[in-house]
Design a protein around this ligand. Sequence first.
Ligand code: ADP
Length: 296
Amino acid sequence: EVVVVGSVNADLVVSVDRRPAPGETVLGSDLATYPGGKGANQAVAAARLGGRVGILARIGDDGHGELLRSALEEAGVDLAHLLVSGGPSGVALITVGPDGDNSIIVSPGANARLEPGDVPAEALAGAAVVSFQLEIPLPTVEAAARAAAEGGARVVLNLSPAAAVPDEVLALCDPLVVNEHEAAFLLGHDGAPGVPEAMARDLLDRGPRSVVITLGAQGALVADSSGVHEVPSPKVEAVDTTGAGDAFTAALCLRLARGDALADAARFAARVGAAAVRKPGAQSSYPSVGEDLPAL
Ligand code: ADP
């Protein structure tokens, strides 16, 4: 149903009272290692929801690679196109400050070696939806998005982390999924994001067939040729919003693959996103099929 072309990272997390200045050493908490990466998060979230999901990605031949593979495997993700490179897996070095604020360094590792030639058309064939994010090289996203569209799949692109993408790629997106900051980046607003409704219309003018702007606790906006529609999010107690955007996008892709209209898919996705903020971590917070989702 869904193929995810994207990143797989080990998240290495340490809590600190304060961050070290250059040349300084501080002591932190025990190290926690979690499976992450936007591509893997989306694949795991969609598989937990009962989807038939494949991932096209690269891990390294190190210990992190083993952990990352087994997390995907446990969730039931098809690993036929999970490639292994010599060298390190992708890693996110995360320090959590006293206010719960994250500082993150991503070392792409094997993700940077996912090349256009690694994405054979037959790996995308048969997928109803192919989902992309931007933690892998842009030429790979471009080539695979084109191949997916030519093969009849619906292309969903989450513009995260924000980067400039060619108009030809934007034109394939149905939808383009962004949060407010990514929307502002793409529209060239410096600093503060604009009014969400106006941003949704302006983004649609850039060429994608449809646009979704996620708005955290406020839910999301959906825009297509029928206009701009608000999608509310259930009220939940937010414990950790890490990976909420990935859960949202995964749920959206799954429902689109099953034939939902965009606004209906987004309503379901907002509930899955809200479920993901109730628990700590990214993949560890994702709901399983049959689990009660927060209601509106
Ligand atoms: P990102 O993590 O990419 O910045 P958002 O913060 O917009 O994305 O969150 C994605 C989705 O997760 C939202 O559209 C919403 O459905 C859900 N969500 C995020 N934060 C909350 C929250 N505090 N309460 C309820 N739902 C939330």
